[in-house]
Write a protein that binds this ligand. Structure first.
Ligand code: ZN
Length: 329
């Protein structure tokens, strides 16, 4: 089972992802994007927020939720250091009992490494890890996320401006001026979750490590972490002084089984209509394929479209998604 999520997020006065300081100017991250035009394409460099930035926030939300549900999280992930056993030196002196065989390099079998970490850290179960040791062991992330980039339908209405600030001091000699680049953008964002893979080792030929009830609890946390991110819009940097005035304009979620089906990129409000038509066609093509669509719509994107379950709030949207996933798991 696969859950695909696309969202359109309007952020005014944001500095969610800065890349470098040049002198006293902190620059906003930019990416090149290709925009289709009536004839041909044009290249623009536009403000963006990286997938790493969003994944970091997602993992922090998992840690919070795992605490509530009393699910295991390793000490590094708990502190927000998502090194995920990639540098064993970093945990040598603070390793918990279960981590000692890893640090002492007593486990030579990558399958056993995956099983051990999966059982003891839900962050690494959902978001993967890589141990670049003599015999490398890895688990690919079951959560995937895009960069946030401007939507095509609002790409002409975005702005990036350096804002002047002064740290004022009694002695004028100690005044410090600095600039922060601030953007106002309608962003597109995509995420996905390989639901069936959560709580299951990938290297041990589908061996069951966790009970079904425990797997469901982890799936619940994985879905709720996406909900919490979008419902509260707590992600990105510089929130202490440049917390954007932001709102989610719409979200579409597709839950599919047995093959993955992804939502159309939300570059225009018609993405819901396009996704619904694609879902119908894909179901006809693949025997036994089931696809269920759920939407939160604050911009009349889902109006008059059949086959989409509409929800009034972001939290109720993800509650419905979760109920459907549990019913099908
Ligand atoms: Zn961990």
């Amino acid at each position: 089972m696969y859950a695909s999520v696309a969202a359109r997020l309007l952020a005014n006065a944001e500095a969610l992802n800065m890349v470098e300081s040049v002198g006293n100017v902190a620059r906003h991250r930019r990416v090149p994007i290709i925009v289709p035009r009536e004839e041909g394409y044009s290249l623009i460099y536009a403000p963006s927020v990286s997938g790493e930035c969003l994944a970091n926030a997602y993992q922090r939300h998992i840690v919070e939720l795992a605490g509530i549900e009393k699910l295991p999280v390793c000490e590094s992930c708990k502190k927000g250091f998502f090194i995920k056993h990639g540098v064993l030196e970093a945990i040598r002196d603070v390793a918990q009992d279960w981590e000692k065989p890893l640090v002492e390099k007593k486990i030579k079998n990558p399958e056993e490494v995956e099983k051990l970490i999966l059982e003891n850290c839900i962050v690494e179960d959902i978001c993967g890890f890589l141990l670049p040791e003599e015999i490398p062991a890895k688990r690919t992330s079951k959560f995937k996320v895009s960069f946030m980039v401007p939507t095509f339908d609002a790409v002409e209405q975005l702005a990036l401006e350096s804002q002047f600030h002064v740290r004022y001091a009694p002695d004028p000699e100690l005044h410090r001026i600095y600039y922060v680049e601030i953007g106002s953008v309608l962003y597109a964002l995509q995420m996905s979750l390989e639901v069936d893979e959560i709580g299951r080792p990938t290297m041990l030929a589908k061996e069951q490590v966790l009970e079904k009830g425990d797997r469901l609890k982890r799936i619940e946390v994985a879905v709720k972490a996406m909900a919490s991110m979008l419902e509260n819009r707590i992600f990105g940097a510089r929130l202490s002084r440049i917390n954007p005035i932001s709102e989610v304009r719409s979200i579409l979620v597709a839950v599919s089984t047995p093959l993955p089906f992804t939502v159309t990129p939300p570059h225009g409000r018609e993405y819901m209509k396009t996704t619904a038509a694609r879902a119908d066609a894909f179901k006809k093509l693949i025997n036994g394929e089931e696809i269920k669509l759920f939407a939160y719509d604050n911009e009349k994107a889902a109006e008059g479209i059949a086959g989409i379950q509409k929800c009034d709030t972001i939290s109720s949207l993800f509650s419905e998604v979760l109920s459907y996933i549990k019913e099908k798991t």
